[in-house]
Design a protein around this ligand. Sequence first.
Ligand code: URA
Length: 208
Amino acid sequence: MEHLLTEVNCKDSKIKSASLNELKNVCEQCRACDLCKTRTTVVFSDGSADAKILLIGEAPGADEDATGTPFVGRAGQLLNQFLEDAGIDRKKDLYICNTIKCRPPQNRIPTNQEKQACQAYLFGQISIVRPRIILLCGSTAAQTFINQDIKISTLRGKWLNIFENIDTMAIFHPSYLLRNHSTETGSPRWLMKKDLETVKKKLNEFEN
Ligand code: URA
């Protein structure tokens, strides 16, 4: 997977932001798949280009399509709550994007063709941001990097060796947690809390 990342290796925050902006401008004109016909807005990213954590979701939903910002709807609000509880600052610590940048109609799962058409943008974002940690949020994001049909419940919570020098972990998608309310020991919400606490500990290592 590493070879798919073009080495940009820019430490300068202004260069990073400018490169991301250029990529965003190209992405906003994209007509590589049919989602360009139904989208309102291309949802490119949120958060800081200097973030140590890059979180990858699935695809924009209705609220994201309307606003142009990822994870602002109900799932996003729940994600914010989990991040806050773990002491992770969404604005400072995170760069957030999705596997695909345009909303699939009725929020259906993106097709392989759509994922393929959008992949250069995602890899460009990873390459420019060069985070220390990547969070694959839900199975669409995880399956982009792991060519096996492993359930997110099996995959989550472990540090995965996908990119050199980037600790990668799969976590539950907040939409799944919206349907699972229990916070009992061992429940998906309980596991999400534990996973983000592990991520916060790793983040602290990079900040010391
Ligand atoms: N779900 C996602 O995967 N991404 C968003 O931006 C919103 C909901």
